[in-house]
Structure formats: structure tokens, C-alpha cells
Ligand binder design. Structure first.
Ligand code: UD1
Ligand code: CA
Length: 464
């Protein structure tokens, strides 16, 4: 989705920093929240706002970042991290001659929204620089916005360069700006690292614009989360929680009942139809699509799966599988990857599926392992049915036809075929084909010995 009113713009995303405080082998940009890399959330917001070009400044572990985010974006390398101003300069050759306004955003603030970017651009109009600012209760660590007595912005002062009085300012810069392209690169050439951190500060471009009498504006955004950065793993979980709440709220607004957002986790790519109810202790992840009028949870984990309408799943796992409309799953069922379950099927407690293709109206109500199997419509799988699909070296397939009945505690040894409308007696071990319409008895016949108890059954009196 892109926002219609958006004017065309280019974007530069700052993601070259080392992120030492993450204490990780994985680059910060690639740590996952809501099912996708942190940096991907920033890129999504820019794409949604209508960015024509997105240039990512990469540095540490650049190759890994590029390989993960792919070729929809342009990359420039900042070999040495000499500051945010230096980082933006790396994109100069790619953008030379472009007339489009340039939006700069930090790569580690995944709560950025398309609305904030569009609002910033609207305010920006033909300014030389427009700075997005927010008011924080605790501004510690952020660059403070300095204003003259008339309220006009003078510049930004970094925490480490600020005096005691300046540190009390609660209006902060969150590294989100819109620039006139020519002004941006001419002002970057004027930066000097004469500050506490010996870095080229992008923030100094605001002071430069002011001193040159250029048009400078601030765009005060009322959601302080927009620039909330992730610098360590404590912040990673805090931002994750906020993003989860935002995702759940969106589903609620769109007609999904989520009973308890605080115990429900939903990845960004998950789709849920109207009037579906999500009960507590449920995790919906990856590329998962759930239909309408379904009831999911409590205690359900679904990842990368397609779930139909009016499906009921509780206390179960569903991984990389499909579940048709009207089907009930659980409690305590485990659908492992590659399973396709049809419509109006019943998969009951302690039933494990793996690469199982199950047609409509099948019932497997209790305790079963059904792996590498195809089951036709309306067939009943008795309690305790086990498919022996593995011979210790290879996996083999089992085909069970439609309208058949597999008696309880049957063992089906693959490869084997059981025809339509056939009947397997309870307790059978099936190793040979069962032809359509037949009864298979794969067990010893019961033998009764009349009067045996009186002669042979041990009693308390015979106990030694
Ligand atoms: C920066 C801002 C500060 C703002 C804060 C939070 C400056 C000088 N300060 O401070 O006003 O309140 O962000 O938004 O801009 N990066 C590079 N190359 C570099 C340095 C940084 O790509 O050489 C990237 C980082 O990976 C990060 C972003 O720029 O994504 C911000 O860098 P960071 O070091 O976190 O800046 P702060 O000191 O927090
Ligand atoms: Ca930061």
C-alpha cells in the first residue's frame, strides 16, 4: 500500500554503525522483530510512503545486510564510521543531479511510519531542511532542539556537547529529516568534527542552514515512538512489544477479536479475516493467512500456514501447513511441515501429522502419527493408528482411500496402499495392499479356553 498524497522523494537510510551494545554476531539491522529484520520495518515505511529510491548506507557486515534485504534497494558503503553526516555523504554520487527531496532516516528505528514520512514531506515543501522532532519525558541520549526566543529553530545540540540547561530541553531530534538535495550535499561538505565525539554530525546541517539564512522548519510529530531506536537487547524487546501492540490494534480495528493483546504475538505479515477470534497465549508468525469466523487459541502457535474460514484450533502447533474451512484441530495436535488438511476435518488430541494430505471430512480424533500419507474423503482413522513411514534409512508413502475405516491401534507399514471403502480391523499390522471394498485382519485370532481360571489362575492362597 502506498499513500496517495505523497510527493516523490528519495530516501537515505543510515545503517552503517557498529551497534556494539547489541553484543551480537548478527548485525543490528538484521535482528528480527515481528518476524522480519529490524531494518526491513524502516524500509516498509519508506516504500509505503512512496519513496522512488531507497539508498541504504551500510558498513559493518555490509555483505550480510545486502544479501538479506535484497536488490530492491541501493547500497553505499561507509567504510569508516565517521558520523551520521559522513554517512549521508556516501550517497552523494548516487543522487547527484536529482531534484527530488531527500528524506534521511535511521535504520534502527523500526517504529517509523509512512504517515510520519508523508507528514514531514508535506511540511517540507520547498524548504532547505525540515526536521522531525518529538517531545520526550526522558530525552537522555538524544540531540536537543535549540530554539530562539521567538521559537524559531537555531540548531541541534548533541547530548555529549550540551550544557546542563540544554540537557533539560525535552524536544529532541530523532534523525528523521527532509532536505533539499543541493543544500544537503553542499552543507555536508562544510561539516567539521569539532565536537565531543570527533564525528561529522548530520545534525549540524540544521545550524548551517540557519546561519546561511536558508529555510528551516520543524515538523513536530505527536507519536514519540517514531524515532525510538534499538541500541541494545533491552530496547529490542521494548520496541518489539510496541510493534506487536500496533499490529494487534490494526487487526482489532479491522474486525478481528484479540482477547488479550499482552499475551498474543502476531508477526507483521500475518493476515486475519473478520470475526475471527484470537484467544490468549497464541503466536501467529511468518507468512500466515487466517480466514474469517475462525477461533484460534488459547495456546496455539501457527507459522507460515494458510488457515480457512470457520476453523477451530486450540492448544496446538501448525507449521508450514494448510487447513481447510470448517476443520477443527486440537487440543494438543501437532501439524508439522507439508501437511494439507481439507474441509470439515477433525484432527483431535495427540494427533501428529507430517507431510500428510488429508481430504475433506476425514476424522482422526485421538492419538495418531500420520506421516507421508494421503487419506481420502470421509475416512475414519481410529485411535492409536501409526504410519510406519520410516524403515531406518528411507521414508516411504502410505495411501489410504476414501470412505475407509482404520480400526484403533492399527500399524500401517509403508509403502502400502489401502483402497476405497475398505475396513482395517482394530489392532492390525498392515504390510500388504488392502484392495477396495475389503476387510483386512492383520492380527492373530482370539483364542478362549473355557474353565482355565479354576485350574490355572494364580490366587492369593497359591502365593509363595
Ligand atoms: C543520532 C543523532 C541524534 C539523535 C539520535 C537518535 C547525530 C549526530 N546525532 O545520535 O541527534 O537524537 O541519533 O535518532 O546525528 N550511523 C552510520 N554511520 C556513522 C554513524 C552512525 O551509518 O558513521 C548510523 C547508525 O548505524 C544509526 C544511525 O546512524 O542507524 C544513528 O547513529 P547513532 O550512533 O545511533 O547516533 P546517536 O549518537 O544515537
Ligand atoms: Ca542511536
Amino acid at each position: 500500500m502506498t499513500i496517495d498524497s505523497a510527493q516523490p522523494f528519495s530516501a537515505i537510510v543510515l545503517a552503517a554503525g557498529k551497534s556494539t551494545r547489541m553484543k551480537s554476531k548478527t548485525p543490528k539491522a538484521l535482528h528480527s522483530i515481528a518476524g522480519q529484520p529490524l531494518l526491513q520495518h524502516v524500509l516498509d515505511a519508506l516504500v509505503e510512503a512512496g519513496a522512488e529510491r531507497i539508498i541504504i548506507v551500510v558498513g559493518h557486515q555490509a555483505e550480510q545486510v545486502k544479501a538479506t534485504l535484497g536488490e530492491d534497494f541501493e547500497y553505499v558503503l561507509q567504510e569508516e564510521q565517521l558520523g551520521t553526516g559522513h554517512a549521508v555523504r556516501m550517497a552523494e554520487s548516487l543522487l547527484s543531479g536529482s531534484e527530488l527531496p531527500i528524506v534521511v532516516v535511521p535504520g534502527d528505528a523500526p517504529l517509523l511510519t509512512a504517515e510520519a514520512v508523508s507528514g514531514l514531506l508535506e511540511k517540507h515543501s520547498n524548504n532547505h531542511v525540515t526536521l522531525l522532532s518529538v517531545e520526550l519525558d526522558n530525552p537522555t541520549g538524544y540531540g536537543r532542539v535549540l530554539r530562539a526566543d521567538d521559537g524559531n529553530i537555531i540548531g541541534i545540540i548533541e547530548e555529549k556537547d550540551a550544557d546542563v540547561k540544554q540537557r533539560k530541553i525535552r524536544e529532541v531530534a530523532v534523525s528523521i529529516y527532509a532536505f533539499h538535495p543541493e543544500f544537503l550535499f553542499t552543507s555536508l561538505a562544510l561539516l567539521s568534527p569539532s565536537n565531543a565525539q570527533r564525528e561529522y554530525y548530520l545534525t549540524d546541517t540544521v545550524g548551517i542552514a540557519r546561519s546561511q539564512g536558508k529555510q528551516v522548519a520543524t515538523f513536530i510529530w505527536d507519536d514519540p515512538d517514531v524515532g525510538l531506536g534499538v541500541n541494545n537487547r533491552v530496547e529490542l524487546s521494548a520496541v518489539s512489544k510496541k510493534l506487536n501492540a500496533r499490529i494487534i490494534r490494526k487487526h482489532q480495528i479491522n474486525g478481528v477479536t484479540v482477547i488479550d493483546p499482552s499475551s498474543t504475538f502476531i508477526d507483521k505479515a500475518v493476515k486475519i479475516g473478520v470475526d475471527t477470534i484470537v484467544h490468549p497465549f497464541t503466536i501467529l508468525s511468518g507468512v500466515t493467512d487466517i480466514g474469517e469466523d475462525s477461533v484460534i487459541g488459547p495456546g496455539v502457535r501457527i507459522s507460515d500456514s494458510m488457515i480457512g474460514d470457520q476453523v477451530r484450533i486450540r492448544d496446538s502447533y501448525v507449521v508450514s501447513s494448510e487447513v481447510g474451512s470448517g476443520t477443527t484441530i486440537g487440543p494438543f495436535a501437532n501439524l508439522r511441515p507439508g501437511s494439507t488438511v481439507g474441509k470439515n476435518v477433525k484432527i483431535g488430541d495427540f494427533v501428529e501429522l507430517k507431510k500428510a494430505t488429508i481430504d475433506d471430512n476425514v476424522s482422526a480424533g485421538h492419538f495418531a502419527y500420520l506421516g507421508d500419507v494421503t487419506i481420502g474423503s470421509r475416512t475414519n482413522i481410529g485411535a492409536g493408528t501409526i504410519t510406519c513411514n520410516y524403515d531406518g534409512a528411507n521414508k516411504h508413502e502410505i495411501v489410504i482411500g476414501a470412505d475407509s475405516f482404520i480400526g484403533s491401534n492399527s500399524t500401517l507399514v509403508a509403502p502400502v496402499t489401502i483402497g476405497n471403502n475398505s475396513f482395517v480391523a482394530a489392532g492390525s499390522v498392515i504390510t500388504d495392499e488392502v484392495e477396495e471394498g475389503s476387510l483386512a485382519l492383520g492380527r492373530a485370532r482370539q483364542v478362549n479356553k473355557p474353565g482355565w481360571s479354576k485350574l490355572h489362575k494364580p490366587t492369593k492362597n497359591t502365593k509363595k
